[in-house]
Ligand binder design. Structure first.
Ligand code: DGL
Length: 271
């Protein structure tokens, strides 16, 4: 038993989709969330910048004595790969759990991946998929407008702007006749209804964030690190931009008002 918190980070608010899953799977766990809201998006930045930011995010969580770190960001997971600077406690990104699930459910061996430009450029999803199943066909599409659309509330099933953009981004994936589609960015579950509608019934969607939460739960269980306390876990949030704006937007991501304090972090103090 270990009552230390699970540390979760993202470039901004998208990682809350992982927090939502974690709270459902492991309601007794304490969570510390770090969202780099002043520097979102990461997905349109260079590899060097993403690595620098990710290291700072990880150091911030390490300084809060967490028992595990989850990179709830597809971009960081793809760019860091196996080189995350976390050795002393368990670590997971969102990429490998999603890839394992997608490889397990594809019927025709044709998988699509939608993600940020940095993730698609890294080629990490394709490499990871082919490590598990070398003969699988992978089609990727970068969707740079999805994150700003979601951050600005453009994701409802009937939102015509989001639908139009999604149709354009998904067209090359549909043309490749995939049967499984990985939502490789933790912002995308908010667009899941629209994406599912456009892809059609024959295509299974795999949410990278959801798979990461399941994977984290399995690791903590296996290593006997779960918090066995009977009380509901607490959540603490740390952001680099306005806590008020974060709390307001968090409601949309979580589907309920945020139930923990939101603290402002001085971005210049990050190491
Ligand atoms: N949540 C991030 C991800 O999963 C996307 C936002 C960004 O570009 O920073 O890639």
């Amino acid at each position: 038993m270990n009552s230390d918190a699970i540390g979760v980070f993202d470039s901004g608010i998208g990682g809350l989709t992982v927090v939502k899953e974690l709270k459902e799977l492991l309601p007794n766990e304490n969570i510390i969330y770090f969202g780099d809201t002043a520097r979102v998006p990461y997905g349109t930045r260079s590899k060097e910048t993403i690595i620098k930011y990710a290291n700072q995010d990880i150091n911030f969580l390490k300084n809060h004595k967490v028992k595990m770190i989850i990179a709830a960001c597809g971009t960081v997971s793809s760019v860091l790969g196996a080189n995350a600077p976390v050795k002393e406690i368990p670590f997971t990104g969102v990429l490998l759990p999603a890839v394992q699930t997608a490889c397990g459910i594809t019927r025709k061996g044709r998988i699509g991946v939608i993600a940020t430009p940095a993730t698609i450029r890294s080629g990490s999803y394709g490499r990871a998929i082919r490590t598990i199943k070398p003969d699988i066909f992978v089609a990727g599409s970068a969707c740079p407008l999805f994150v700003p659309l979601v951050e600005n509330g453009f994701f409802g099933k009937d939102n015509e702007v989001a639908r139009l953009v999604a149709k354009q981004y998904l067209a090359p994936i549909i043309a490749e006749n995939v049967d499984t589609l990985i939502l490789g960015c933790t912002h995308y579950p908010l667009l899941e209804d629209i994406i599912a509608d456009i892809m059609g019934e024959g295509v299974s969607l795999v949410s990278a964030g959801k798979e990461a939460a399941k994977h984290a739960s399995a690791i903590l269980t296996e290593r006997e690190l779960l918090n066995d306390g009977k009380e509901k876990g607490t959540c603490e949030f740390y952001v680099t931009d306005s806590p008020e704006m974060f709390a307001e937007n968090a409601k949309i991501f979580l589907g309920y008002p945020i139930d923990g304090e939101v603290h402002k972090v001085d971005i210049d103090a990050l190491q």
